[in-house]
Design a protein. Structure first.
Length: 299
């Protein structure tokens, strides 16, 4: 396995409450937004997904968005849109590399946006996006009191840029830190949930009146600059659920993270079409640490 002698199994959930009725989504369609071994089809492509830039597919471990080399960026995007509400995406990832010092970067992003497969400076994707970006940042660019690695949530309205100098904090709706998701032996398990019900997870951050564009694509991108890391997506599973299912979603609790909820609201009313009358996003990150006997490296 990769990197060091311990691993974290963790989950990151984003929830939204809405007053509208539930949208139904064909289960066969939502399964097309999932990805697992052996990753590629007979034509050496990933059915229902596009990948490009520096991204490569290793049929034994998953999609490597970037290698451990400087100035690389890669992407993995669905060719189909997510359901309009009540969706949940679970994915496994690894970040790490050969280096034993503290010089590495930059991180990767989870996307649910109206645009897709356009490269740019925001963790390998375009700036001025429409929708949700969740950034897993492993390199500190600016002066702020947050510890790295960092998780930052931002809602884009197509007009507000990502602020690289503040690591996205100035344009975020919330953030949390103190989760050592980089350099783990086994993949870190994450969950992003968009729902009409709440969650019993340990809160990472909470924000109010959050909406998304009507049709959003699922994507993962990564970027390296002068410093580098491997950014790997090992599994993606997408599902829908009804309100009764949401009440059953519980998890283990971890030590309290550092949490910040932003007052940024200049972008929350600018979406092309609002899905929700009113809402709340809650993000949670829970985990438990297990110890492995010994680390091993592929590089």
């Amino acid at each position: 396995m990769l990197f060091n002698s311990r691993f974290i199994t963790s989950a990151f959930a984003i929830s939204s409450f809405c007053l509208g009725s539930l949208a139904r989504f064909d289960s066969s369609e939502v399964s097309k937004l999932s990805l697992d071994y052996p990753y590629i089809d007979e034509g050496f492509q990933i059915t229902n997904w596009d990948f490009g830039g520096s991204a490569i597919v290793d049929t034994s471990i998953g999609v490597l968005l970037t290698p451990d080399l400087p100035h690389r960026r890669g992407h993995l995007w669905s060719t189909r849109t997510l359901p309009k509400d009540n969706w949940i995406v679970e994915f496994d990832f690894l970040i790490g590399g050969k280096k034993v010092d503290y010089l590495f970067g930059d991180g990767f992003a989870f996307w649910a946006t109206a645009e897709r497969a356009t490269g740019g400076p925001v963790f390998g994707s375009r700036d001025y996006f429409n929708g949700l970006g969740v950034f897993f940042d492993t390199y500190k660019n600016g002066r702020h009191d947050k510890k790295i690695p960092l998780v930052v949530g931002m809602l884009g309205d197509g007009k507000t840029p990502y602020d690289n100098q503040s690591d996205g904090l100035s344009s975020s709706f919330a953030s949390c830190s103190n989760y050592e998701y980089r350099g783990q032996v086994n993949p870190v398990k994450c969950r992003v949930k968009f729902s009409i019900e709440g969650s019993t997870y340990l809160d990472c951050f909470t924000a109010h009146n959050i909406t998304l564009p009507e049709d959003v694509y699922l994507g993962f991108t990564a970027l390296t600059g002068e410093l580098s890391d491997v950014h790997q997506i090992s599994r993606i599973e997408t599902n829908t659920f009804d309100s009764s299912d949401a009440e059953k979603m519980t998890g283990f609790k971890a030590p309290e993270p550092q949490v910040t909820v932003s007052n940024n609201s200049n972008f929350t009313s600018s979406f092309v079409k609002l899905l929700l009358v009113s809402g709340v996003f809650a993000a949670a990150f829970y985990g438990y640490k297990l110890y492995a006997s010994k680390s091993s490296k592929r590089f």
